[in-house]
Design a binder for this molecule. Structure first.
Ligand SMILES: Nc1nc2c(ncn2[C@@H]2O[C@H](COP(=O)(O)OP(=O)(O)OP(=O)(O)O)[C@@H](O)[C@H]2O)c(=O)[nH]1
Ligand SMILES: [Mg+2]
Length: 209
């Protein structure tokens, strides 16, 4: 699949304000600064579709983008939504806004009918973090399908590059019977782009509108 066009649709403060649920949707989620917005730009080949910042907590609200892969089908053009969600676990935000984030995101994730898969972003430089493991456990409890997308692998040396995945597997298998699909990416180098887009393309085919 290639991305023909990518367009920002809207920011929603509440799940009810989201655009019509008429096409497959993928939500990008993960701790603040993990690289969600960067990955969205990398996948869509756009420099500044999603706003990137060195200040954690930049992304607020539920941001919908519509992506068109240019393939014509009998039903019309085939397109899908990509959603940039605010990062979680940023220590400097107040407890009130943290609770608000959690409520909004959890409502969105559990209510959105067309949500095909959650893209759970994890910074490959850090050992497994409690907040990430807890969040994946929460998704499991709610039967939300997700894949693990490791970010910033360009920042790893050879040893860490070979070592981070086995470490995560050990942690995950304490909680799960098997590993979800795993993607290893670098938004800086474009690594993993084809693999993630292929996954989305294959999953799009399962959408029943
Ligand atoms: N080297 C490298 N840096 C990256 C990569 N992805 C993101 N970054 C950097 O990490 C920082 C945070 O990236 P963002 O994409 O804004 O992260 P985010 O998850 O959207 O952050 P919030 O919106 O605050 O939750 C920026 O300085 C990016 O340039 C990557 O693959 N490699
Ligand atoms: Mg962001």
């Amino acid at each position: 699949m290639e991305v023909q066009s990518a367009e920002f649709i809207k920011s929603s403060a509440h799940p009810q304000e989201c655009p019509p649920d008429d096409r497959p949707e993928y939500a990008f989620i993960g701790r603040s600064n993990v690289g969600k917005s960067s990955l969205i730009n990398m996948l869509t080949n756009r420099k500044a579709l999603a706003k990137i910042s060195s200040t954690p907590g930049k992304t607020q609200l539920i941001n919908h983008f519509v992506i068109d892969d240019g393939i014509k089908e009998a039903s019309g053009r085939r397109s899908w939504y990509l959603v940039d969600l605010p990062g979680f676990g940023y220590a400097k935000v107040s407890k009130t806004s943290r609770v608000k984030w959690q409520r909004t995101s959890e409502q969105y994730l559990t209510a959105r009918r067309n949500l095909m898969c959650v893209m759970m972003l994890i910074d490959s430089r850090h050992p497994p973090q409690k907040v990430d493991l807890e969040f994946m456990a929460w998704m499991g409890e709610h039967n939300l399908p997700f894949v693990m997308v490791f970010t910033k692998v360009d920042k790893l040396n050879q040893t860490d590059r070979a070592g981070f995945l086995p470490l995560y597997k050990v942690e995950m298998l304490k909680q799960w019977h098997s590993m979800p699909p795993v993607y290893v990416t670098s938004s800086e180098k474009g690594e993993g782009r084809e693999e993630v887009l292929r996954f989305i393309d294959e999953t799009n085919a399962l959408f029943e509108g």
